[in-house]
Write a protein that binds this ligand. Sequence first.
Ligand code: SAM
Length: 232
Amino acid sequence: MRFDIITIFPTLFDSFLNESLIKKSVDKKINRFLIHDLRKWAKGKHHQVDDRPFGGGAGMVLMAEPIIKALKHISIKALKHKNKITNNKQQITNNKTLTILLSPAGKQFNQKMAEKFSKYDQIIFICGRYEGIDARVEKFVDEKISIGPYVLNGGEVAAMVMIEAVARLQPGFVGNCESLKEESFNNDKKEYPQYTRPEVLAVNNKKMKVPPVLMSGDHKKIKEWREKNSKK
Ligand code: SAM
């Protein structure tokens, strides 16, 4: 799966993409990440990407033009599809690319969306900053998504959250795909409590024991205990 990220802070993604399972998935060619510095599509020697809001008010707003140019560069087909521009030489349907605008005012992201989004070939993320993005950009996106009911400084962390949730669902991302089946939110349940060694943990003179059934070796009983302890 290919992920394109439009941002004014491209280096924020350096460590995120170069560690752990995300990095391994790139090495294994399961996922591909392309970070696009929005300033590349800005005009003038200062590469200005923001301006004051019409109507007044605090802060700056990211301009629509550089973002639309970036989208055009990344996926000219997707842009044409959204605008219903017809061109004899180009097919205008491109259902396999999803363009997401990150916004606290968007639909709240959840595991069901992660599963749905994981079926696309390509996701383009537009990361806002400052007071947000010129609203005209919304005409060029498929979804406006929030990662939760709070305001972040920018869309980059939100994009990382969504990338982790979507990328790990790609076949081959996790070593044992069985581990995805029993996770929280599958069948609308939250995963049962997990324990590892030591069997008895001493903290502040108190002994914390692992539920004995988990050490019984009785798979049927363990399954029952786990089902009972999965929260709705
Ligand atoms: N003025 C905006 C408002 O009140 O809704 C907040 C802008 S916020 C400081 C700057 C950018 O961060 C947004 O354009 C968006 O891309 C991103 N952002 C902030 N909170 C977010 C959230 N909960 N989910 C997704 N993106 C978020």
